[in-house]
Design a protein. Sequence first.
Length: 231
Amino acid sequence: MARFSPSEAGSRVNGGFRGVGVLALQGGFAAHVGKLRAMGALIREVRTPADLVGLDGLVLPGGESTTMTLGMEREGLAEPITEFIRSGKPVLATCAGTIILDDAHLGLLDISCDRNAYGRQTHSFEADVKIAEIDGEPFTGMFIRAPRITRIGEGVEVLATLDGHPVAVRRENLTALTFHPELTSDNRLHAKFFESIPVGHLAEIGKDRDRTSAAASQSSQPKSQSEGASG
Ligand code: GLN
């Protein structure tokens, strides 16, 4: 099983840790890693099915949904990710991560997405998004070649809309956004997600950490070898 990187000290909560995976086949995973790490998550970048073992939560980042879908097929990740999501552990999807869950892809969220729906003129834009269950100011939604959610199935809750279209939805453990909360300094959405993750239940994670921490203190290895650049 893949280990957490030596740099991931993580914060112990009630004697355990939250082990959070970030799908890292392609796209904007590094900013999610940074935010969740700062909150105290033990981060593991997910590139193979083995990387999912023992995780308590998962992020599906933005990027290119076609490339991500091909990568998942190549690595045999579609089925383990499906199982992970069905197991009820918290999952946060952003933009392309939302597209790969829709009815035309993995079919794990009963929504339809129109890719790149905002067109060339508004390739990328910012808009205030008022999100149910996030108190205070509206969130600054960064929309980058964003999809538009054009259909919502039964059991899918709409948390926020923009011009009448859902931009944040939830079904049970799955929260899916069409914008990029990892690209702003506002941590409220990540904090909400992080707090929804049950503290690590697998002793394996703690052992992993102990081993990697010991290894890190014995060597002068550069930190964060697994933190790849995002595309
Ligand atoms: N346009 C991309 C796609 O179709 C999504 C863009 C994003 O994730 N920011 O996959």
